[in-house]
Design a protein around this ligand. Structure first.
Ligand SMILES: NC(=O)C1=CN([C@@H]2O[C@H](COP(=O)(O)OP(=O)(O)OC[C@H]3O[C@@H](n4cnc5c(N)ncnc54)[C@H](OP(=O)(O)O)[C@@H]3O)[C@@H](O)[C@H]2O)C=CC1
Ligand SMILES: CC[C@](O)(C(C)=O)C(=O)O
Ligand SMILES: [Mg+2]
Ligand SMILES: [Mg+2]
Length: 332
């Protein structure tokens, strides 16, 4: 079992007297910048001049500068920009200000692992990757809790890089929940696999296939929505709290028998073989290359699928059903 680091293993003193530039104010950027600030750390947010988030960050009490100014002022630069633009922004707006002894950091290893960013040897390079969407990073911190995170050291120029990583993880609340040490390679490959095969790609296809099966058989789309999408959260909450066993303890015996006997007919040997293929495309760089080329071509496939998915019946029905559940609106 890997060692897990908690609050008492991390010391915020390693960040005292240092300024952290958080580049980006999106899902992770807003959460990490606000958590760090409330942990007493000196933060500057780096954005484009015309960013729609500029005012939001300022009215949250944060100092905001354009990216080059934020990088020039900072000792530690946390890159929370979309992965696909990090290489370009790094070359034009970050690298010129990356002086000896500064630190460059990430919440995902994509650009370092796939050589889109090659930092100079005389800086620290590390990662603090919350294992959670950014909005939960913020919400859990506000509740006095935290989300688990991974740390990884890629380059240790000053000899203090691990201390910085643990201190940063503490600043965003993650040592309250537990921090695991990994490598850029392991984080990048497992994160991409998880989101493609299980958490995002696998789950959305499973939901859609179940919904379509019921609707095509003549059942009401509302029934299909409740059964194949809405209840996922309730089931996942139980799995999250107590593993597969707790979920199976809570469901009926009939559901449990259906789980054991029918589940393997949905996720078949063929699916497992395809998962291995997806993993090897990540490991050999094929996925990274494809995603970079898609961006260079202005995302024709990405935009077309995005539009088609937004128009699906399950999304229309879901929007109407969620209107009837006012408690869901507060998290929008
Ligand atoms: N989403 C998540 O929960 C997780 C993300 N990560 C990683 O965190 C990193 C950030 O992802 P995420 O938070 O999803 O990103 P988002 O897309 O949510 O936010 C990106 C931010 O970057 C800003 N931005 C975009 N282009 C530029 C530019 N050229 N110059 C300056 N700012 C720019 C955007 O502002 P604007 O467009 O207004 O300029 C926005 O504030 C990625 O490495 C991702 O893999 C890791 C774990 C989970
Ligand atoms: C699951 C998607 C994720 O990897 C995440 C929230 O951790 C991401 O890249 O957004
Ligand atoms: Mg992830
Ligand atoms: Mg990811």
């Amino acid at each position: 079992m890997a060692k897990v680091y908690y609050d008492h293993d991390a010391d915020l003193q390693f960040l005292k007297g240092k300024k952290i530039a958080v580049l980006g104010y999106g899902s992770q950027g807003h959460a990490q910048a606000l958590n760090l600030k409330e942990s007493g750390i000196d933060v500057v947010v780096g954005l484009r001049k015309d960013s729609s988030s500029w005012e939001k960050a300022e009215s949250a009490g944060l100092e905001v500068r354009i990216v080059p100014e934020a990088c020039a002022a900072a000792d530690i630069i946390q890159v929370l920009l979309p992965d696909e633009i990090q290489g370009r922004v790094y070359a034009e707006e970050i690298e010129p200000y990356l002086e000896e002894g500064k630190a460059l950091m990430f919440s995902h290893g994509f650009n370092i692992h796939f050589n889109q960013i090659v930092p100079p040897k005389n800086v620290d390079v590390f990662m603090v990757a919350p294992k959670s969407p950014g909005h939960l990073v913020r919400r859990m911190y506000e509740e006095g809790k935290g989300v688990p995170a991974l740390i990884a050291v890629y380059q240790d120029y000053t000899g203090k890089t691990r201390d910085l990583a643990l201190a940063y993880a503490k600043g965003i609340g993650s040592t309250r929940a537990g921090v695991f040490e990994t490598t850029f390679k392991e984080e990048t490959e497992t994160d991409l696999f998880g989101e493609q095969a299980v958490l995002c790609g696998g789950l959305t296809e499973l939901i859609k296939a179940g919904f379509d099966t019921l609707v095509d058989a003549g059942y009401a789309p509302e029934m299909a929505y409740f059964e194949c999408l809405h209840e996922i959260k309730l089931i996942v909450d139980l799995i999250y709290e107590g593993g597969l066993g707790m979920m199976r303890y809570s469901i009926s015996n009939t559901a449990e028998y259906g789980d054991y006997s029918r589940g393997p007919r949905v996720i078949t040997e063929e699916t497992r073989k395809e998962m291995k293929k997806i993993l090897s495309e990540i490991q050999n760089g094929e996925f990274a290359r494809e995603w970079m080329l898609e961006n260079q071509a202005n995302r024709p496939a990405f935009n077309a699928v995005k539009k088609r998915e937004r128009e699906l019946l399950i999304e229309q029905v879901g929007a109407e059903i969620r209107q009837m559940m006012p408690w869901l609106k507060k998290n929008k």
